[in-house]
Write a protein that binds this ligand. Structure first.
Ligand code: ARG
Length: 278
């Protein structure tokens, strides 16, 4: 298990504890207006491709079982992070989980707005490397379509990958870097960084992972303060109206000089389009 996985597992465990409290007591007051990290409340009506992945069997019902974010890329196809289906993350063998759902149109996970659609197939990128996080992609096929929700994919060379491009990341994850999971969707605005800057931030070694431009893109702000965090994994990073990344890893959350690292969509475009059933 690498450091990132360990950190995530710890947060998921604390999120479960939180869930248990929320189920019996009054709603826990989270840092509601600061989520993802340094973000603002967002509405799925404005960004219908932002969806959550959940399992009530594994994570309980208080937050609709949410454990990762994801993006709708065609009516029946949803992309998320491969690491969302790691045994250590789920605390269970994914093959034994019977109720993986994609939750669409639900801004607040405590409510019943929107729909929950069963997942009929999960393809975890066989080239995903859990040691380095390279190729962190899973493609989910939905049992029923979500028409009109898809976001277009950014292909190789798309201007949306240009350094300095403004991008937004969406999720229901940790808002304070301390296990304070959001109930409602948030988004944070960051900038796409040069591969060289990402490599400098993450040279590899004992403390942090290594940035690999072949399958990763990184984004953040020089001063930190805006980022994705635990629980946002698999969620979309969108620039110029196109999906450029999926939340994958980072060292801490919103730390200056430690940008968020995302799965580079253009690098895995064929893996995605080849699995679109519509
Ligand atoms: N691995 C985390 C997750 O599973 C995502 C961490 C993203 N971290 C960051 N600083 N952008 O939720």
């Amino acid at each position: 298990m690498n450091t990132f996985t360990r950190a995530l597992t710890a947060t998921l465990v604390s999120s479960l504890a939180l869930t248990a409290v929320a189920a019996v007591g009054p709603p826990v007051a989270h840092a509601m207006d600061r989520s993802v990290i340094g973000g603002d409340a967002a509405r799925t009506a404005d960004h219908p491709w932002v969806v959550a992945v959940g399992s009530r069997q594994l994570f309980g019902s208080a937050r609709s079982g949410q454990f990762c974010g994801a993006a709708v890329v065609s009516a029946r196809t949803v992309v998320t992070a491969a690491h969302c289906f790691d045994r250590q993350i789920l605390g269970a063998d994914p093959d034994r989980v019977r109720d993986f759902r994609v939750i669409a149109g639900r801004d607040d996970l405590r409510g019943e707005q929107g729909r929950e659609v069963a997942v009929s197939d999960i393809w975890v990128n066989p080239r995903y490397d859990r040691r380095t996080n390279a190729g962190d992609l899973a493609v989910l096929t939905l049992a029923k379509p979500l028409p009109g929700a898809a976001v277009p994919l950014a292909g190789a060379g798309d201007a949306a990958y240009g350094a300095g491009q403004s991008a937004s990341v969406y999720g229901w994850g940790d808002t304070g870097g301390d296990g304070s999971y959001a109930s409602s969707l948030h988004s944070s605005r960051v900038r796409v960084l040069k591969d060289r800057e990402c490599a400098t931030a993450y040279p590899g070694g004992a403390a942090a992972g290594r940035f690999r431009a072949e399958t990763m893109v990184c984004a953040g702000l020089p001063e930190g303060g805006r980022d994705a965090c635990q629980g946002d994994s698999g969620g979309p990073l969108v620039a110029g109206g196109k999906l450029i990344g999926l939340v994958s890893w980072g060292s801490g959350c919103g730390v200056a000089g430690q940008p968020g690292v995302y799965t580079r969509i253009s690098a895995l475009e064929k893996e995605i389009t080849g699995r679109m059933r519509d």
